[in-house]
Design a protein. Structure first.
Lengths: 104, 154
């Protein structure tokens, strides 16, 4: 599955559109990470636990989006966008969406 | 006992300020070092390629970082916020985070064997804190993403 955030896959030609595909996941940090991040919050700097959490979650959202695109028979997703929203305390929704297409 | 409770907050503030400043300086130094070594990957926000570029393969690449301000600077920003104006203490934080996210994105592009990232976008989102009923900030996430391509830039 070719994924790109540009209008088309660089160097390829779009032959068919299959519509919007999306994938999302809602993740919460486990309490250990939360406490560590809380402590790190006092001195500032990078909160590595959260960085990893969001990056894993975003990967999962992309996998779900790819799966959906594969179901429709597409071989690429173009114009991918991301959205993040805090749905509840300590939980974040990671959402990825794009247009499933066939390229050659 | 009363004296201790009066002293606790200033001590935490001072400790946070000193540690936070040291961490910030270390981070800025490491950014300078890494940026000087990442000139092999070109990142551009442009989507349309020059006609003589013929990309061979492409990949979606991302780099993210969650960063937070130290306690002292959050308090300082709170006080400054009363008077309004430029909240100077938050500017270096976001700048550091963006540079770091871009570096990570470039590193991923390099790891996948690409030399150019096109259509780079930067997104900022706030992570709500679980401890303070969603009002406080647990950190700010900066995400940099783009399409990595392999191209002979000549």
């Amino acid at each position: 599955m070719l994924i790109s955030n540009t209008q088309e896959i660089p160097g390829k030609k779009i032959v068919e559109f299959y519509g919007v595909v999306s994938g999302s996941t809602v993740r919460a940090k486990h309490i250990g990470r939360d406490i560590m991040a809380g402590l790190k919050n006092v001195v500032g700097g990078e909160l590595t636990g959260y960085t990893e959490l969001l990056s894993e979650a975003r990967g999962e959202a992309i996998r779900r989006m790819s799966y959906q695109a594969k179901e429709t028979g597409a071989n690429a997703i173009v114009n991918v966008r991301f959205a993040t929203s805090s749905v509840a305390q300590g939980a974040a929704e990671l959402f990825a969406y794009g247009t499933a297409v066939s390229v050659e | 006992m009363e004296l201790i409770s009066i002293l606790v907050t200033p001590v935490i503030l001072l400790g946070a300020w000193i540690t936070g400043s040291i961490l910030e300086r270390q981070h800025l130094n490491s950014l300078l070092l890494l940026e000087s070594g990442s000139t092999d990957v070109l990142a551009i926000t442009v989507e349309d390629l020059p006609e003589d570029w013929h990309p061979e393969s492409s990949d979606l690449v991302m780099g993210n970082v969650v960063i937070s301000q130290d306690y002292f600077k959050r308090v300082a920003a709170g006080i400054k916020g009363v008077f309004g104006g430029n909240i100077g203490v938050f500017e270096p934080l976001l700048e550091r985070a963006r540079r770091e996210a871009l570096l990570r994105m470039k590193a991923e592009a390099r790891a996948r064997g690409h030399n150019t990232v096109i259509n780079v976008r930067l997104e900022t989102s706030r992570m709500a804190s679980a401890a303070s009923k969603g009002k406080g900030t647990a950190g700010v996430e900066i995400l940099a993403f783009g399409t990595a391509i392999t191209v002979d830039r000549g």
